[in-house]
Every structure is written in structure tokens, then in C-alpha cells.
Design a protein around this ligand. Structure first.
Ligand code: SF4
Ligand code: SF4
Length: 479
């Protein structure tokens, strides 16, 4: 993924241009935008009469043509804009060193298992309140995205192929309303947790963008119900709409409202505005983890035994001049993806023994500060993982611009942070890579380690024991 992986012997190998992941992201954004535009054009070119006797709903029913046109112009533009912003983040990951995380026959099953565990939020559910709240938001959002897509697909199909009618439509309405309720409950719960209960790990890292993300999702749910209710009221409260288990009772409040049609348009516009706002803030706020976290879960690596450091290259053969990590480019692309996949949940903080005992280390901060350096030194610069104080300046790509050596050396390497992280971020590796740099390149390590390092160099063990003083291999403690 890094530039070095693409080096080819130009004399013997024909040059083959590979699509970079950042280019792929823009391509996907343009493709989805185009499909949306074509979908709007199809409605104009092949208008069809809505049969009011059918048990279904009219897509864009009651929405004037100029608003429909605005929808099909604004939404594709925001989709492309969002993909450009997202691709700028991906360009940052491309700055990293190579790391083979390809999926193949030997690891696909394990990857699928790890991914499933992640998406089912097994780790999140260790804290049931947070896990259930998060699941309510995430799964309901996915369901609502799916029902909206299904509605649009059905909308574009010729009359003979439309499937969202009769019992199917009623079931569809029921599922959509239940998902809407779950989304609203999840968002309200999230607000209560973050701003009323305020557990420590959340309290110390709450920023305005958290509120923005929750409010936009809440607005999507609430405005969706009001737009639906006024639509049902405006169409005369058909019996079959009772399957909209929230929309229908809400519509009863507006049954005889002479302005129901106008109100439907108003709520529809606010609903679409909330969706556009969601798309616009998705790449630049923590909401991006809806995409980056599952990707990170899929790419989880378990090739090394737990706690083992990355192997060093053979020092007699390598042409490397620096070891460990001191700059963003010293991390692998996967380690850089980690920085954008962090949900900032603080679970790592809450289990870190160094943090609990007042040492100057917070594993979440290691991830966030590395992300700040990456964001500030990207080309172009992108927003930091979480907003930071205006007086913090980052002038170079050195990790030590934001991370102190005291933080790095405070780690006990217990790996509890990696184990608890719900999205499989490899935090300890980053700390160990920085330690490796400090030890090997700067000789910057706590004085207590000096004797151990010297002993390892001279006697091959940290206790400075000669071979005959060592316990036989089989009697040594296993760690
Ligand atoms: S690194 Fe993992 S556990 Fe720590 S804040 Fe980020 S997502 Fe949460
Ligand atoms: S490995 Fe280091 S950073 Fe992670 S929990 Fe243990 S002491 Fe904290």
C-alpha cells in the first residue's frame, strides 16, 4: 500500500498502474453519485402513474418537482464530496509501510469470525449499557439505510416487477418503523450517557462533534416519523398503513389537518437536510468509524503470538537505516488505518494499569495523538480524529511532536488495551515500535533498563547470568 510496495523493475517488468485505495474511494463515491442521478433521471424519462388502489406508497408522493430535482442534485454532489474527503484520509494510510493483510483461503474463516464478533459487538457488550445502546443505533441505522435503498430500487422497477406491495409493503413498513424507534431510543440513551451519567472514560473526552453526530442521527429518526405521519394523514389514513406502527398513530393526531400536505413537505425537507448533514460530517467526525471500524476488524492479524513484538530484520543484511517508529511513515498502513478507526470509547483507558496508577499514559491518547500528527501532516491536511485545542501546533511528522517518551516508557506491555478494544486497534504495537526507535536509534530509555540491555548484549539474557547459572530451559517460567 505504501509507495515502496509499488516499486517495480522498469527494465524487465512492464509498468502496471495499480489503482490506489484512495482513488478507489473516489471512484466508489462517483459511482454511487451517478447511480443516484440516473435514478432521478429515470423517474423523469419514464414517469408512471401511481395506482391508488394498490397497498403501497407513492415514492415522493406529495413532493413538488423542484424539491425532487434538488434532492437528485444535492445528494449526489454531497456523496462525491464526502468520498473526496474520505479519500484524503485514505491517502494518509498510504503513507505507511507495507503490511500484508491480504485475505486468503487460510485466513478467511478466522477473519469472518473476528469480524462477526466485532460487528455483533461482543466486546462492547462486556459493558451491557454501552453495548446495547450502541447496537440500537448501529443496527437500526443499517436497517434504515437498507429500507431506503429497497424503496428506491422498487421505485425504479417497471410496474410488473415492483415487489413492495400488499403484505410485503406492510411488513416493510413495520420493520422500518421498528428500526426508527430503535434509532431514536439509542440516540436518546447516548445523550443521557454522555451528558447526564457521564462515566469517566467518556467524560474526559467529550467534544462538540459527539453532540453533532448524535443529534444528526436523532433528527433522521424523528423527522422520518413526522414526514411519514403527515404523508399518511394527507392520503386519508388508509387502513393498510396501520403497519406503520409509529407513523400511523402519530398521523391520527393530524388526521383532519388541512395543511397536512404542506407539513409533509416541510418534514420531508428537514429529513433530507438531516441526511445531507449526516453525509457531510461523516468523513470529518468520529462518525467515520461506521466504515473504518468494520474494515479494521476484518483486517485483524493474529499471525504472531500474543504480546510478541514485530520481528526485527536481519541486521547483517538489511538496508534499513532506522528501526522502530519515530514518524508517521514508520508505521505500517494498517497502523495508520487504526488511527482513523478508533471510536474514542476509552475502554483501553479504563483497563490500562499505567493510567489507573497515575502514570503519564493513556492508550487512547497514544492513538489520538498519533492520529493528530498524521492528520496535520497529510497532503492535504485533514481533520484530526477528534478536535484539539487551537494552541496545539504540529509542525512535523514526528510522533514525538505529541507523544512524550515518559508516556511510551510508562507502558507495562500488559496488552489489556488491545484485548478490550472493540474494533481491534493494535495499540501496544505502536508503543513498542516507538520504544524500539528510542532504544535503538536514540539510546533514550530509563536508566533501570541500561543494565538489562547491557546484559542482553553480553550474556544474552537480561539478568546478566552466564550460561551455567541459568535455570534449565524447562524450569524457566512461561510467560
Ligand atoms: S483504541 Fe479502541 S478501546 Fe481505545 S478508545 Fe479507541 S476504539 Fe476505544
Ligand atoms: S499494554 Fe500498555 S498501554 Fe496497553 S493497557 Fe497495558 S500498560 Fe496500558
Amino acid at each position: 500500500m505504501s509507495a515502496s510496495t509499488e516499486e517495480v523493475d522498469t527494465e524487465s517488468t512492464p509498468t502496471r498502474r495499480r489503482l490506489r485505495p484512495s482513488q478507489l474511494v473516489i471512484g466508489v463515491g462517483i459511482a454511487i453519485g451517478l447511480v443516484t442521478v440516473l435514478s432521478g433521471l429515470a423517474g423523469l424519462v419514464f414517469p408512471h402513474e401511481f395506482d391508488e388502489n394498490l397497498v403501497t406508497r407513492e415514492v415522493f408522493g406529495g413532493i413538488p418537482a423542484p424539491l425532487k430535482v434538488a434532492f437528485y442534485v444535492v445528494v449526489p454532489l454531497v456523496l462525491v464530496y464526502g468520498s473526496v474527503l474520505f479519500s484524503q484520509r485514505v491517502r494518509n494510510w498510504e503513507r505507511g509501510r507495507p503490511d500484508n493483510r491480504s485475505t486468503n483461503a487460510s485466513n478467511v474463516k478466522r477473519r469472518a469470525r473476528d469480524f462477526r464478533a466485532g460487528v455483533y459487538m461482543k466486546t462492547l457488550l462486556r459493558d451491557p449499557a454501552a453495548g446495547i445502546m450502541h447496537s440500537l443505533i448501529y443496527f437500526s441505522f443499517l436497517i434504515l439505510l437498507a429500507v431506503t435503498t429497497i424503496l428506491e430500487i422498487n421505485h425504479q422497477l417497471p410496474d410488473g416487477l415492483k415487489f413492495l406491495e400488499g403484505g410485503v409493503y406492510q411488513g416493510y413498513s413495520f420493520v422500518a418503523d421498528i428500526a426508527g424507534v430503535a434509532l431514536i431510543v439509542g440516540c436518546v440513551w447516548a445523550l443521557v450517557r454522555r451528558y447526564v451519567q457521564r462515566p469517566y472514560r467518556i467524560r474526559i473526552k467529550t467534544k462538540p462533534e459527539h453532540l453533532a453526530g448524535i443529534v444528526v442521527l436523532l433528527a433522521l429518526g424523528v423527522t422520518g416519523f413526522f414526514a411519514e405521519a403527515f404523508r399518511i394523514a394527507d392520503t386519508g389514513m388508509p387502513e393498510f398503513e396501520r403497519w406503520s406502527v409509529v407513523g400511523y398513530p402519530l398521523a391520527m393526531l393530524f388526521e383532519n389537518n388541512a395543511s397536512a400536505a404542506t407539513w409533509q413537505q416541510v418534514w420531508w425537507v428537514i429529513h433530507v437536510a438531516a441526511f445531507v448533514a449526516f453525509l457531510a460530517i461523516l468523513p470529518i467526525t468520529m462518525l467515520r468509524h461506521m466504515f473504518t471500524s468494520p474494515l479494521n476488524m476484518w483486517l485483524r492479524d493474529r499471525e504472531r503470538p500474543k504480546g510478541a513484538m514485530k520481528p526485527m530484520p536481519n541486521l547483517m543484511e538489511t538496508e534499513l537505516e532506522s528501526f522502530g517508529a519515530s514518524t508517521i511513515e514508520d508505521f505500517t498502513w494498517k497502523q495508520l488505518l487504526d488511527l482513523d478507526a478508533c471510536t474514542m470509547c476509552g475502554r483501553c483507558t479504563s483497563v490500562c494499569p499505567a493510567h489507573a496508577t497515575g502514570k503519564p499514559l493513556d492508550p487512547r491518547e497514544i492513538v489520538l495523538k498519533s492520529g493528530e500528527v498524521m492528520a496535520a501532516t497529510g497532503d492535504p491536511k485533514v481533520s484530526p480524529p477528534l478536535s484539539i485545542d487551537g494552541d496545539i501546533t504540529i509542525s512535523a511528522n514526528s510522533l514525538f511532536e505529541r507523544i512524550s517518551t515518559e508516556e511510551v516508557w510508562a507502558c507495562t506491555t500488559c496488552k489489556a488495551c488491545d484485548e478490550i478494544c472493540p474494533v481491534n486497534i493494535e495499540i501496544m504495537d505502536k508503543i513498542l515500535d516507538m520504544r524500539r526507535y528510542l532504544s535503538l536509534m536514540e539510546s533514550d530509555f530509563p536508566t533501570e533498563l541500561g543494565n538489562a540491555y547491557r546484559a542482553m548484549e553480553n550474556q544474552g539474557n537480561p539478568w546478566a547470568k552466564e550460561g551455567d547459572e541459568m535455570e534449565p530451559e524447562e524450569n524457566r517460567p512461561r510467560i
